[in-house]
Structures are given as structure tokens and as C-alpha cells.
Design a protein around this ligand. Structure first.
Ligand SMILES: *Cc1c(COP(=O)(O)O)cnc(C)c1O
Length: 378
């Protein structure tokens, strides 16, 4: 699914230099690269759209994307038992952190075309106990931010954007304002897990916010609740981005636009090659969002089903992946939420029909055509 070695080979000397400089400087925790990377990423997001404020979003680095979600929810200071709306079809992290914090996860079904939160279902799930909505921008395309911001604003509920998969995407609102994915809600989160579009060479994550006071609170929460050394304002975490990872991310951020363009070109090739293949539904494009194709995900309704197609790809030496094989309410560790089969029909169906094809930037055109040919003979 992924060829990180080939991707890194293209700019190996830059990575080597960052690595060696970090070794020489020996400031492995909170070294200068951490702040430099946060500023560079903020500027990158600012260029993608500023919602009229003219300021770059504040970027608060942390240890990984799951911690980012944990810190985001902690920063809202929600009372125990507050309901947090999360998608029924997603990665486990948003559900997991809400449960760990003693909040009440409320699952909501997704749209069959974009795989993202269904705004009508969010509206129906709101209650006087709702404190936050976590919108996951799944596979590289923004959720319906227009509807979700207006729903959350009207209900007085915080919007958290889990942007682990759509870093670099931009969203255009009906009034023409454009915003970078992750900078619209009260807090945005991301992950630099190696396979993400901007991945480091280990674990890493970050939070985004437009509010300087919230940025300061997030910084404290990520550092034992400290305002200054040994002055603890609140209980927090030890959740830092290593200097080494920040130095490597500074290099990789420079190459992100090219990598993103390559992902989009590969997706366009798949789109063209699979246009007339019956039973194979290509990823829907929401015209309001760019799509940075963290995954190129098909919905497969061919004879024999998704698993038969995956098997055939495997026989031809092609790795594909199922993100995700279970809806959230089907996860064995979450039966305490008391949902039943049939509660989230779209999420359940997608978990049995989705198949993600290789879309990493080092993929050659011939490889893309080869994959598409095998899929087309389904
Ligand atoms: C990867 C991912 C996370 C978690 O990130 P980690 O850095 O692995 O903790 C959270 N949410 C989504 C949607 C992800 O894809």
C-alpha cells in the first residue's frame, strides 16, 4: 500500500542533513526545530485559506494524533457524561478518547457517497447533553463543514475536526471564504504517523486553533499543565513532538505539495480507468472540498463481493486495504454503548464494501494502470 523508502529516496540528502543536525545539536526535547516546524505548518495552512482573519492558525505539536484528540477534548473542559458525537464509520481514535475521558460517545451514521458525517443525522442526534461534534475528514476530503459549522453554532456545541487524513485539503464555503481543513472548528487535530500524507519517521501529531488563549491552554495540557517549569495550572499529559521528528517534518513539509499533486494525479488516473466498470463505485468528490487522497477508496458491489476482488488483486501481487472492516458499534470493546446491528446501516454496509487501492506518491503510472486493469476485470 505504501512505499515510504522510495518516497524518501527522492530527497534523502535533506533528511540525512536534518538527522545529523539534530544529533549534533543534541536538544532532543523541545529543540528549535519543534517551534520552526509549528510555524512552517501554520504558514502552510494559512496559505490554504484564512477565514478572513488574516492570521495563520496556531499549531501546537504533540506526540501523536490520538493524543491530539485527547488534548482537544480536554481543552473543552466538558463535564463527565457529556455527549460527544462521533462518526460510526471511522478510525477508532475519536470514539476511544471520548470514552477514556468519561464522556458519552454518541455514534452518528455517515453519508454513503463521501463516507463523512451525515449532517441530518448529526442534527437528529443532538441533545441538551451534547458538548462536541468530532468531524473526521475521512480519506482526504472534508466533511460537510458548511452544514456542520452551522449546526454546531446554532446548538452552542464545539466542533472538533479530526484532520489526520486530510492535511492540506481546503474547503470553500457558500459565501466564498476558503479554509484549510482542520482550521474551521474550535480545534483541529492531525497525525504525523508515517503513512499519513505528512508523515514523520515515528509518531507525531499536532493541534490547530485560531484562538491564542486556546492554543496556550493546549500547550499547557500537552506539557503536564505547566505554565512555567514546575508551575502546574491543571493536570495534563506528557505529549511532545520529538525534535528529531520536527526536523524531519520540516523537510517533508517542503515536499508535501508535490506529493499531494501526485496523489491527485493517481486518483484521476484511477477515476478515468474505472469510469465504466459496473459494480465498482469510485470515490465521490464534494465540489466544496479539495481531496488530498490519503486513500483512494472504492465501494465494491461485484459478484463475490469486496473480498473476492481483494483476493484477485493479491494474486496479482497487489496490496489493497480495508479501511475499516467494522463499524464503530460493531467493535467488541464498545458493546457498552448498547447499539444494535442495523443502527447505522450505511456504516455497516461500507465496512463490508470498501476497498482502498494503492495511491502513494511513489507509484508509477504503469502500476496504477495495472491495478485498474485487474479491478476492471472484476
Ligand atoms: C491516524 C488517525 C488517528 C490517530 O493518529 P495516531 O498518530 O496514530 O495516534 C486519528 N484519527 C484518524 C482519522 C486517523 O486516521
Amino acid at each position: 500500500m505504501l512505499d515510504l523508502a522510495a518516497e524518501h529516496a527522492a530527497y534523502q540528502p535533506e533528511l540525512d542533513a536534518a538527522w545529523h543536525q539534530t544529533l549534533r545539536e543534541a536538544a532532543f526535547i523541545q529543540g528549535p526545530a519543534v517551534g520552526e516546524f509549528a510555524a512552517a505548518l501554520g504558514a502552510h495552512l494559512g496559505q490554504l485559506g484564512q477565514l478572513g482573519s488574516g492570521e495563520n492558525p496556531h499549531v501546537v505539536p504533540c506526540a501523536n494524533g490520538t493524543d491530539a484528540l485527547l488534548l482537544a477534548l480536554l481543552s473543552l473542559e466538558l463535564p463527565l457524561g457529556t455527549e460527544v458525537i462521533v462518526p460510526a464509520f471511522t478510525y477508532i481514535a475519536p470514539l476511544e478518547v471520548a470514552a477514556l475521558l468519561g464522556l458519552r460517545p454518541v455514534l452518528v451514521d455517515v453519508r454513503p457517497d463521501t463516507f463523512n458525517l451525515d449532517p441530518a443525522a448529526v442534527r437528529a442526534a443532538l441533545s441538551p447533553r451534547t458538548g462536541a461534534v468530532v468531524a473526521v475528514h475521512l480519506f482526504g476530503q472534508c466533511a460537510d463543514l458548511e452544514e456542520l459549522t452551522s449546526i454546531c453554532r446554532a446548538a452552542g456545541v464545539a466542533l472538533i475536526e479530526d484532520n489526520a487524513q486530510a492535511l492540506g485539503a481546503a474547503y470553500t464555503f457558500a459565501d466564498g471564504r476558503q479554509a484549510a481543513a482542520g482550521t474551521v472548528g474550535e480545534v483541529g487535530t492531525t497525525s504525523f504517523f508515517p503513512s499519513k500524507n505528512l508523515g514523520c519517521l515515528g509518531d507525531g501529531g499536532a493541534l490547530f486553533t485560531a484562538d491564542p488563549a486556546r492554543a496556550e491552554r493546549l500547550r499547557q495540557l500537552a506539557s503536564h499543565g505547566q505554565s512555567r517549569k514546575y508551575q502546574h495550572q491543571r493536570p495534563g499529559l506528557n505529549s511532545r513532538l520529538d525534535t528529531l521528528q520536527a526536523a524531519l517534518l520540516l523537510v517533508k513539509l517542503r515536499h508535501l505539495p508535490a506529493a499531494q499533486a501526485r496523489r491527485q494525479a493517481i486518483a484521476a488516473r484511477y477515476d478515468a480507468a474505472l469510469a465504466d466498470v459496473s459494480g465498482v463505485h469510485r470515490p465521490a468528490r464534494d465540489p466544496r472540498s479539495s481531496h488530498v487522497f490519503h486513500q483512494y477508496t472504492l465501494v465494491v458491489e461485484v459478484p463475490g463481493g469486496r473480498d473476492a476482488l481483494q483476493q484477485r488483486l493479491r494474486q496479482h501481487g497487489i496490496t489493497s486495504a480495508v479501511y475499516y472492516p467494522l463499524a464503530m458499534h460493531e467493535q467488541p470493546g464498545y458493546t457498552f454503548l448498547n447499539y444494535k446491528p442495523g443502527n447505522f446501516p450505511v456504516a455497516e454496509r461500507l465496512s463490508r464494501q470498501v476497498l482502498s487501492l494503492p495511491v502513494h506518491p511513489a507509484l508509477a503510472n504503469e502500476q496504477v494502470e495495472h491495478v485498474a486493469r485487474i479491478v476492471a476485470t472484476a
